[in-house]
Design a protein around this ligand. Structure first.
Ligand SMILES: [Zn+2]
Length: 194
């Protein structure tokens, strides 16, 4: 599994939303309880200062953490899950590139047809739908936390044109990127961290 290319603050956002899309790509370890969880775990949320993130289960265990009994990050229910995780990891790391299904299939070493069917069974969405969702997530994060223009964010999130970006953003978030940014308020201090 390649390392996932997202920041601490983005991972923090995912766990606040209990977002299942990122399960298997990183783990939340809570220093006070010594427990590690999936991003989607619905247990009470830790304080941000008590959290560290790891990309693999062996790293969590090495650091002295035990698996959460509620979300059971150490137990996967589908034997083909590795393939799905390789796919989500690949998409996350390449979301600003132009990606076709065959690229992913080549990367994970199966046919495009098989990959799409398996992915849909496990994630209830196609790889394309998943990719659009994580692109919108990235755009939302950049809108909230940076002063980059809508156009910059459009391309940085992997959309091919502003019209695609606006259409997809509105479909998922029910508002325009500009309104989303206004309603979130821009955090001035975050620019320095990019
Ligand atoms: Zn948990």
């Amino acid at each position: 599994m390649e390392n996932v290319n997202i920041s601490f603050d983005e991972m923090w956002d995912k766990i606040m939303e209990c977002d299942r899309s990122y399960d298997g790509l990183f783990y939340t370890a809570v220093k006070t309880t010594k427990i590690f969880c999936r991003p989607s775990c619905r247990s009470r949320k830790p304080k941000k200062v008590n959290v560290e993130f790891y990309e693999t289960i062996p790293e969590c265990i090495e650091a002295g953490y035990r698996a959460c009994k509620r979300c059971q990050p150490d137990i996967e229910h589908c034997p083909q899950i590795d393939l799905v995780r390789k796919t989500t990891g690949y998409l996350l790391n390449h979301l600003n590139k132009r990606i076709v299904l065959q690229d992913i299939a080549d990367h994970v070493g199966v046919s495009a047809f098989y990959l799409e069917r398996l992915f849909k069974e496990e994630m209830n969405e196609t790889p394309r739908e998943y990719l659009e969702k994580i692109r919108i997530d990235k755009a939302g994060y950049l809108l909230r936390n940076t002063k980059r223009t809508n156009l910059e964010i459009c391309y940085e999130s992997g959309f091919q044109s502003p019209s695609n970006f606006y259409k997809a953003f509105r479909r998922v978030k029910n508002c325009s990127p500009g309104d989303y940014r206004d309603s979130a308020g821009i955090k001035e201090s975050c620019d320095a961290m990019d």
